[in-house]
Design a protein around this ligand. Structure first.
Ligand SMILES: Cc1cc2nc3c(=O)[nH]c(=O)nc-3n(C[C@H](O)[C@H](O)[C@H](O)COP(=O)(O)OP(=O)(O)OC[C@H]3O[C@@H](n4cnc5c(N)ncnc54)[C@H](O)[C@@H]3O)c2cc1C
Ligand SMILES: C[S@@+](CC[C@H](N)C(=O)[O-])C[C@H]1O[C@@H](n2cnc3c(N)ncnc32)[C@H](O)[C@@H]1O
Length: 641
């Protein structure tokens, strides 16, 4: 599960060398020049991306990122560059940040770009990491995984391939028929390929995978290099990505909570005019109106799918919030660390074992014994537990406000969408009086529980009331947010604690008994905390979480239930990703107790789907949140009405 970072040594001539593979990271005659001569020229770049809206590139072996930096530099300098460059790169042994910086120090020609790459360089955590440069027009997706596992998890089409593993004889895992077959599966019409090696096994394997390759004069002391073109005998495979629409296609978003605001921001930044409709009087008028929401990883000893998804969502969210702050927004909260103390000795033991097994970087999650965790919190704890550096709490209202302030978003509050219809490819939202509120070719439902009413039959959502208490007690010693049996957030002159979790409880006003429950939980953590004070309960926050039975949200294109009902049998055995969808209709709801973690990821998934761009996450993770999963289950059980 954990990754082994690369061991890298600089040879006497300065060329970085891997002792594990006994090979150099790039030609001793210069990395950048090799990148341009072998990988860019071999793929006909920059000419081939000229004038295109989107160009997608896949590399095997990110290494130092020299090929990426050379490509990004060429893209920047090209007046005819494509609108967006997606650069996917697989890497099993990421460099440490220090090694990356040391290697980049030898590349003064691309120093400014290298500094930006270093600033976003992810921790060595398994999975996909999407980095955004030049206002999102260059997106680098780093797939930290073994190439054999990573490639089958991609659902995209690539216009160019850089094959850049270590030498085939030393690194056969990067050069075999399975890899070439995956390249063939992932190739867009007219795709090209380039590599520095001309080993016969590589040429033969690529030919078998329908890449017609040519030996060309090599770079530096290499006599030859290889350039190839994808020429399948028949073009029979369906396009992996949905047909894209122009980036200026208007979008209608229902809901201005964490989900709707993140989606509106992401789509507006991609050039879509966005109209957001919300029944509440202002932004974050639903569950997202809580004063402090926590964010942190999910821990499971086997890094279960929920843990991987939460990691993906968390990293997307942190990237999104960083970008908002770079644009000058102030988000209220703290990312100074979050503690999850164990409730008892058994849980403490399980936590320690799970963290030790996963061996993730300490900057992501660590187990701390009682004294160290207490020290971090500024509160004497009964047990040790998890320390999540870089996590903490956020006032979602500041986040939603910042996202909705993005140019290109028109917000309308106090308007409830009673009905959503599609006529001639245009989604129309009507109010209770039958008046048209807004219309657009694309619509996104981000209205929590009410999505289920607007598009019935997708799933049945759980309705979970939560009350969060705010107590006017200063606790200057508390240094971080605390989660677990009780939560605690320091707002300076008050504390936020809670929250209750009651299913099918519809009372929207706060209750004294719930405040008492919250304060009792707080006392278990902090015995000196104020006694329950019924008089203050009116100031508590009450919200309703929408959740599914599998605890995961619904994110993506909504299935076409009419087609599925009519042709049910035909779809029963198919993977969820292949189920028919309602053209132009998307959803992001049922965020449960993790709105902060899901919202930015949902926005990126939906924006990529709309734009026909490579998705930001692995197939198995996308399937786990696919809004069609419950329908497929019903179909298989013969229960789809
Ligand atoms: C007490 C409590 C504590 C929580 N703690 C945390 C936490 O620590 N961390 C965390 O990440 N999450 C937490 N959550 C969960 C989090 O609040 C939710 O997951 C998140 O707010 C969901 O966001 P949303 O945008 O999907 O829904 P909402 O914020 O509920 O937004 C939906 C919006 O849709 C609008 N709407 C609904 N129907 C219509 C319609 N027909 N027409 C127009 N508008 C409509 C509503 O007015 C609302 O503004 C907590 C929730 C509660 C209740
Ligand atoms: C020649 S270097 C790549 C250089 C890189 N393209 C650059 O521009 O700096 C080869 C890379 O392949 C990676 N690698 C080796 N085996 C791998 C595997 N099985 N899966 C994924 N990456 C692998 C190595 O860790 C190394 O970083």
């Amino acid at each position: 599960m954990s990754l082994h970072t690369a061991t890298l040594i600089h040879r006497d001539d300065g060329t970085p060398w891997s002792p594990d593979y006994d090979d150099v990271y790039h030609s001793a005659d210069g990395g950048l020049a090799q990148a341009r001569a072998v990988f860019l020229a071999g793929n006909g770049l920059p000419q081939r991306w000229a004038g295109r809206r989107l160009f997608c590139l896949l590399e095997t072996g990110f290494g130092i990122g020299i090929n990426f930096l050379a490509s990004w530099q060429a893209w920047r300098e090209d007046p005819a560059r494509c609108g967006r460059l997606h650069y996917f790169s697989v890497e099993k042994h990421p460099l440490t940040a220090a090694d990356l910086a040391a290697c980049h120090a030898r590349l003064p020609e691309v120093a400014a770009l290298a500094a930006q790459l270093q600033a976003q360089w992810p921790q060595a955590l398994p999975g996909w990491h999407r980095l955004s440069f030049d206002e999102g027009r260059v997106l680098l997706t780093l797939l930290f995984a073994d190439v054999a596992q990573a490639l089958p998890e991609i659902d995209a089409r690539f216009d160019a391939f850089y094959l850049d593993g270590f030498a085939p004889a030393r690194n056969p895992q990067m050069w075999n028929d399975g890899i070439y077959r995956q390249c063939s599966r992932l190739a867009a019409p007219g795709a090209t390929l380039a590599t520095y090696t001309t080993a016969p096994m590589v040429r033969e394997g690529l030919a078998q995978a329908d890449f017609v390759c040519e030996r060309l004069p090599g770079y530096g002391r290499k006599r030859h290099r290889l350039a190839g073109e994808f020429r399948p005998p028949h073009w029979h495979r369906p396009a992996a990505m949905a047909a894209s629409v122009p980036p200026d296609t208007p979008v209608l978003v229902v809901g201005a909570g964490m989900a709707g605001a993140a989606i509106a921001e992401t789509l507006a930044l991609r050039g879509h005019p966005v109209t957001v409709l919300d029944a509440a009087a202002g932004p974050a008028g639903g569950a997202s109106g809580l004063p402090a929401a926590l964010f942190h990883p999910h821990l499971s000893p086997d890094d279960a799918i929920l843990s991987r998804l939460v990691r993906k969502g968390l990293l997307s969210a942190l990237g999104n919030w960083d970008a908002l702050e770079r644009r000058g927004h102030v988000l209220t909260g703290s990312r100074g660390g979050l503690a999850w103390p164990a409730a008892d000795a058994a849980e403490e033991h399980a936590m320690r074992q799970a963290v030790e097994r996963l061996r993730f970087p300490d900057g992501y999650m660590a187990f701390l014994p009682r004294n160290a965790l207490s020290e971090n919190c500024g509160l004497p704890l009964r047990f040790g537990g998890c320390w999540f550096a870089g996590c903490g709490w956020l006032d979602p209202r500041s986040l939603v406000g910042a996202q909705l302030a993005t140019a290109g978003i028109d917000t309308r509050f106090g308007v409830r969408v009673e009905r959503l219809d599609c006529t001639n490819g245009i989604w129309q939202a009507f109010d209770a009086a039958g008046r048209l509120l807004a219309a657009a070719p694309l619509a996104v439902l981000a209205n929590s529980h009410d999505s289920e009413r607007l598009v019935p039959g997708l799933c049945s959502l759980r309705h979970i009331r939560g009350q969060l208490s705010r107590i006017p007690a200063a606790m200057p010693s508390l240094r971080c947010a605390i989660a677990g049996a009780a939560t605690m957030v320091n707002l300076g002159n008050s504390l936020v604690t809670g929250s209750t979790f009651d299913e099918d409880d519809e009372q929207s006003s706060p209750r004294a008994s719930d405040r008492a429950r919250n304060l009792a939980g707080l006392r278990a953590l902090w015995p000196e905390s104020p006694a329950p004070d019924d008089g203050d309960f009116g100031q508590d926050f009450v919200g309703f979480r929408a959740a599914t039975n599998d605890h995961l949200p619904l994110i993506g294109a909504l299935p076409d239930l009419a087609v599925l009902r009519a042709q049910g049998l035909q779809w029963r055995g198919r993977p969820v990703s292949e189920l028919p969808r309602q053209p132009g209709l998307y959803g992001a709801f049922a965020c449960g107790s993790r709105g902060l973690v899901w919202a930015s990821l949902a926005a990126e998934i939906i924006a990529c789907r709309i734009g026909g761009e490579p998705p930001p996450l692995e197939n198995d993770l996308a399937a786990a949140v696919d809004p069609a999963r419950f329908v497929l289950r019903k179909l298989r059980q013969g229960r789809l009405p």
